[in-house]
Ligand binder design. Structure first.
Ligand SMILES: [Zn+2]
Ligand SMILES: [Zn+2]
Length: 406
């Protein structure tokens, strides 16, 4: 059975809206449960066709689908298939189909999970612990106390499990059957309820569900795990589990689509003279070469060291961005050498003395408050040398504002 939405509808990937709708109409009628009673394959096909149409008829969902491939991830479906059907065909018909469902379906559940970059890259199996209504182990979902004569024929439907009703459909007025509202289709009502589940057929349990991550998955995606929601009652289908993924921050890398970004901090001399560096990658450390004269912001690409492309072949890259860090403090020797360097290349250093600087010299000690008033002069101190330059940045704004106004 094809899982590709275009294949399901039998249309080409560039089909327009009208073509998609026409294809959907044809297939939805063909596989509709009313035309295929008790045919599970047709029912499954009907679901798929509806899901395909829900996605391909919506511009935004279709774009995401085209980009991310044929699986559920990235495509937010989450509607009732009969809602889609009635949006195309009109109301009454859908009701007839919906009433076929036996028993009470289990509810869907949601879970939020934080995954690591490593897990997203490897496509790991992750355990998800959740509380859910699971089938009662004592009565096995039967709802009556085992061994007792715990059930009797439903008086509303006389044990048939369904009541008859009329409905309008595309095929004219049809006699249709609805699930009996009293026994929910079971044909029997419980007289001696199971002692473990009080006759509900299910109990709250803590379970661990293993979910397989597709390689290259990212935060923001949703995974559907069929049948891992709450258990259905009286033969109703189990609900699904929807897992919303979040990507935990990584100590080295920031994800950028299929690429991973890494910032390499180098000193000015290393950038100017060139050097080799060992950088971390997801596959272990790797040595890169920076040529002499490397500029701040320069990028080095490590091909294939990024993330696997979701549902496609190949990997993204690791992009190493060079950040040149200017030393905030210099030893006397380093300062002299740098001054000689400046002299050699003709980089002029003007050691400007402002009125404020002179005042500082006079009063000494804590003069930062005075400097803050005149921002344009405040930077000069850093050229003067190490003393006090470092603590300038942190506290200035707030402290100075209040000091000025007081
Ligand atoms: Zn029970
Ligand atoms: Zn009944």
């Amino acid at each position: 059975m094809p899982t590709d939405y275009y294949e399901l509808l039998g249309v080409s990937r560039d089909a327009d809206g009208a073509t998609i709708k026409a294809a959907y109409r044809k297939l939805a009628l063909k596989y509709h449960p009313d035309r295929n009673p008790n045919d599970h394959e047709a029912e499954e096909r009907f679901k798929q066709v509806n899901e395909a149409y829900a996605v391909l008829s919506d511009g935004e969902k279709r774009r995401r689908y085209d980009r991310f491939g044929s699986e559920d991830e990235g495509v937010q479906f989450g509607g009732d298939i009969f809602d889609i059907f009635s949006s195309v065909f009109g109301g009454g018909f859908a009701q007839a189909g919906r009433a076929r469902a036996q028993g009470q379906p289990g509810e869907d559940l949601e879970a939020r999970v934080e995954i690591t970059l490593e897990q997203a890259r490897e496509g790991a199996q992750i355990p998800i612990q959740l509380e859910r209504m699971a089938r009662c182990e004592h009565c096995e979902g039967d709802r009556a106390e085992p061994g007792s004569d715990g059930k009797t024929t439903c008086p509303t439907c006389n044990g048939v499990g369904q009541v008859r009703a009329q409905a309008q459909s595309l095929f004219g007025t049809v006699m249709t059957t609805r699930v009996c509202p009293r026994c929910q289709g079971a044909g029997q009502v419980v007289t001696t309820p199971c002692t473990a589940c009080s006759g509900r057929g299910r109990t709250l349990q803590t379970d661990t569900v293993e979910v397989g991550l597709p390689k290259g998955i990212d935060g923001g995606y949703r995974l559907r795990v069929p049948g891992q929601g709450n258990a259905g009652v009286d033969g109703g289908p189990d609900g699904d589990l929807y897992v919303y993924l979040e990507l935990a921050p990584h100590e080295h890398f920031v994800r950028d689509g299929d690429h991973l970004r890494y910032v390499l901090e180098v000193g000015p001399a290393q950038a100017a003279l060139g050097s080799s560096f060992e950088v971390p990658t997801m596959d272990g450390p790797e040595v890169i070469e920076l040529s002499p004269g490397t500029q701040p912001g320069a990028e080095v690409r490590l091909h294939g060291r990024g993330m696997p492309r979701l549902r496609r072949a190949g990997n993204g890259d690791q992009i190493v961005t060079v950040r040149v860090v200017i030393p905030r403090k210099l030893s006397r020797t380093a300062r002299d050498l740098l001054a000689s360097y400046a002299d050699e290349v003709g980089e002029e250093i003007h050691e400007k003395q402002t009125l404020l600087d002179r005042l500082k010299d006079v009063f000494g000690g804590r003069k930062r408050r005075a400097r803050g008033r005149k921002d344009d002069g405040a930077d000069d101190g850093e050229v003067d040398g190490a003393a006090g330059a470092d603590d300038d940045e942190d506290r200035e704004p707030v402290a100075d504002e209040t000091a000025t106004r007081a």
